[in-house]
Unconditional design. Structure first.
Length: 481
């Protein structure tokens, strides 16, 4: 059988980062099975796999390439997001070593391997040029996350969150598959370019099938990025999952979900996007409002950040509403900044967490008296999430809101600004506990040199892109989807 009719050497070169990550993951699992390695070495091997994949990605350049007969499309959009996934994955591995040992779980080989497989799934999602490939990437990501969320086998909350995520994730996958099937039935293809051509030429079997297909696809994506009313899994899963996994879950997979959503609607459904703008308007307003109001009454910091993540998904949905080159750049800037802010916050929570301590607001009373530098870093991440200048969170919100206003959606931006004001209360509530409440039993964080270095780096990113956002904006505004 001549395999060259299915793929060429150029196709294999195009997916070199994924091949490197796969080899690294399998090597880690082999070391685990043979019991030839220690946890630190396995994490190091996984980290080296990410670094080498990043090198291969940088070598590829930003020119557009279509691979495997139109199944994958590599361009500056997918490459930017690929670097984001690799950076978040590397940061998660750095945070995980001490955290899992502290929780009574040695860093077994499957943990770094699952992180690598999740990254591969995310890369395939945003490189996809076909609904089948989006589904394959989505499932590879989801299956990895199901196990990671329930990774603490002796923790009932971790087990519960893993089971909930599995059941609801499978339910959402069904919606996505039905949507892909109906879209195929209406247009005769699952390729993005073919779908767009069929819609533009009017060669549609049934407009009802097409509308139902798009709606079901949107439900599948809405679950993955936690848009209301498909967000109910998020707080329980975020609370029960290992804190390092929670930090990973609310950053890179959310970026992958929005990246795939943007690509599907801008590449496959540009002709019908205008018909769905009212629905995106409602989803954006509902999500940011539900997320912020729910966060007000939380006593658990991880649940608060879960609802905060939902509200930020609402802000990002405004970019999907507009969905032009300017909004794509603003959303990529927002996703990069949002990942840095959340990773920093969860890094400090993971360092401070002790069994049942370090997860509620009251646990952080007097935290600044013993740990002034960690408190200052945490306060910076929180006020950046709230959107205060001169942090990167302010620059991200300002850029996104400006583009939405320019398109005439003034009332939606007013709702977003009011929601931003509401969010100030619950973010500053943790700051008040750290700085203005009497200390009781002060937490004693355990931070290694690499964790401290990572937190310092994230602080620098939040400040640098807040004061001088031009460097990152120059990259995101030239991205072509």
């Amino acid at each position: 059988m001549d395999l060259s009719q299915y793929f060429t050497s150029a196709d294999l070169a195009g997916i070199a980062p994924e091949i490197i990550l796969t080899i690294a993951a399998l090597f880690v699992l082999t070391l685990e099975m043979a019991r030839l390695s220690r946890p630190g070495i396995m994490l190091f091997v996984a980290a080296m796999g990410i670094v080498l994949a990043g090198g291969a990605l940088a070598q590829a350049g930003g020119e557009e390439r279509v691979l495997f007969g139109g199944m994958l499309r590599l361009n500056s959009f997918s490459i930017f997001l690929d670097f984001l996934y690799l950076a978040v994955g590397l940061a998660t591995l750095i945070l995980s070593q001490g955290y899992l040992e502290k929780k009574g779980n040695e860093t077994r080989g499957e943990y770094p391997a699952l992180i690598l497989f999740a990254i591969i799934g995310m890369m395939l999602m945003t490189q996809a040029n076909d609904l089948v490939m989006v589904f394959l990437g989505l499932e590879l990501l989801s299956l990895s996350l199901y196990v990671l969320v329930g990774f603490l086998r002796h923790d009932i909350y971790s087990n519960e969150s893993g089971l909930k995520y599995l059941l609801l994730g499978a339910f959402a996958t069904g919606f996505f598959l039905f949507g892909a099937a109906l879209t195929y039935g209406a247009t005769g293809t699952t390729n993005f370019d073919g779908i767009a051509l069929a819609i533009a030429s009017g060669d549609i079997l049934s407009h009802v099938f097409l509308s139902l297909g798009i709606g079901l696809l949107l439900i599948g994506f809405a679950f993955k990025v936690a848009l209301a009313p498909f967000h109910m899994w998020s707080p329980d899963v975020y609370q029960g999952a290992p804190t390092t996994v929670t930090g990973f879950l609310c950053t890179a997979p959310k970026a992958a979900g929005f990246g795939a959503l943007m690509k599907v609607f801008m590449t496959a459904f540009p002709e019908v996007h205008a018909e769905w703008q009212t629905l995106f308007w409602i989803l954006a307003a509902l999500t940011m409002t539900v997320g912020n109001i729910s966060a007000l009454v939380q006593s658990n910091v991880k649940r608060m950040l879960a609802f905060s993540s939902i509200s930020h998904a609402g802000y990002l949905a405004m970019g999907v509403l507009v969905l032009d080159n300017n909004s794509v750049g603003a959303m990529l800037f927002y996703l990069a900044v949002y990942s840095a802010m959340n990773l920093g916050a969860f890094a400090i929570i993971a360092a401070a967490e002790r069994e049942e301590k370090g997860v509620t607001f009251e646990d952080y009373r007097g935290f600044s008296s013993r740990h002034p530098w960690l408190s200052a870093a945490m306060a910076l991440f929180l006020i950046s999430l709230a959107g205060f200048p001169p942090t990167a969170g302010f620059a991200a919100k300002y850029g996104l809101f400006s583009i939405v206003i320019a398109k005439g959606y003034i009332w939606l931006v007013i709702i977003a600004v009011l929601n931003t004001l509401v969010s100030v209360y619950y973010y500053l509530r943790l700051v008040v506990n750290m700085y203005m409440r009497e200390e009781e039993e002060v937490l004693r964080p355990v931070t290694g040199i690499m964790v401290v270095g990572l937190i310092v780096l994230l602080v620098a990113v939040v400040l640098l892109f807040g004061i001088t956002p031009g460097f990152l904006l120059d990259i995101t505004t030239t991205v072509i989807l």
